[in-house]
Design a binder for this molecule. Structure first.
Ligand SMILES: Cc1cc2nc3c(=O)[nH]c(=O)nc-3n(C[C@H](O)[C@H](O)[C@H](O)COP(=O)(O)O)c2cc1C
Length: 237
């Protein structure tokens, strides 16, 4: 396998920096089956603990199924609003946090802890690595979709119990991600929650530590210390 050319590298970074969680910008145009197959195959090539590939992808287009999931979203949104500070509650309730009905396809990505088990290399000390693997598949899907001009929105304001019932999941199967996919009229430049002044993007320099927790300076790391202060993503957008 050859190295990446500069153009290929730029393509990957472009997908990373211009990927968005999409809720409001879906348009009613079906996703081409070949495009969908490529996106699913990208997800299926994610890393997984012990090569356990513990995911399934449930493709959903039936509006009846979608509206049952949407009902769960509405209930959970109200329930979760009780945890929001009084001053922010109204704003929270006004945020658009899903595009279940407007998106062409919903995909529930599940975790099967029994796949190739019970012993899976690498999962014996940290059982959560199974779920982490499914999240790697989600990210592959998200980036591949972006490169295909398909928007993806992750909806987690849902009851897993409701999802299990609606989708007929066996007891041991865990729903990890409920995603809405579709063509869009735009990919916003910034996260919707940043634009809505809900939260700002942290600066890279504030989340990089050197050698031990909390250490933000170290003579041995001077160069990278300076580099993480620069705006590295600008060139790729
Ligand atoms: C695990 C997970 C759950 C999320 N759940 C929701 C959700 O329920 N509703 C929503 O609108 N966005 C959800 N998001 C999207 C995030 O809000 C979004 O990724 C974040 O604001 C950054 O925006 P960006 O993805 O456009 O960069 C979720 C993202 C992740 C990774």
């Amino acid at each position: 396998m050859s190295d990446f050319s500069n153009q290929e590298k730029s393509g990957l970074y472009k997908a990373i920096y211009t990927r968005r969680d999409v809720r409001s910008h879906f348009v009613p145009k079906p996703i081409d089956d070949e495009v969908l197959a490529r996106i699913l195959n990208a997800a299926h090539h994610a890393p997984s603990v012990g090569f356990s590939q513990p995911w399934n992808f449930i493709l959903i287009r039936d509006p009846k199924t979608k509206s049952l999931v949407k009902e769960s979203f509405e209930q959970e949104k109200i329930r979760s609003s009780e945890q929001v500070d009084e001053q922010k509650k109204e704003k929270y309730l006004s945020l658009k946090l899903q595009g279940i009905m407007e998106s062409d396809i919903n995909i529930c990505i599940t975790y099967d802890p029994s796949r190739f088990g019970p012993f899976v290399i690498g999962r014996s000390s940290i059982p959560e690595t199974g779920i982490y693997s499914v999240c790697c598949a989600v990210q592959n899907l998200w980036l591949a979709a972006r490169s295909e001009q398909i928007g993806v929105g992750w909806v987690s304001i849902l009851s897993n119990e409701a999802l299990k019932q609606i989708l007929g999941l066996p007891e041991h199967i865990v729903p990890v991600a409920y995603l809405c996919l579709g063509h869009v009229n735009e990919f916003a430049e910034k996260p919707d929650l940043e634009t809505a002044n809900w939260l700002p993007r942290l600066e890279l320099k504030d989340v990089v530590y050197f050698e031990t927790w909390g250490q933000t300076h170290s003579p041995a790391w001077n160069k990278i210390h300076d580099l993480v202060r620069t705006n590295l993503d600008y060139a790729f957008k």
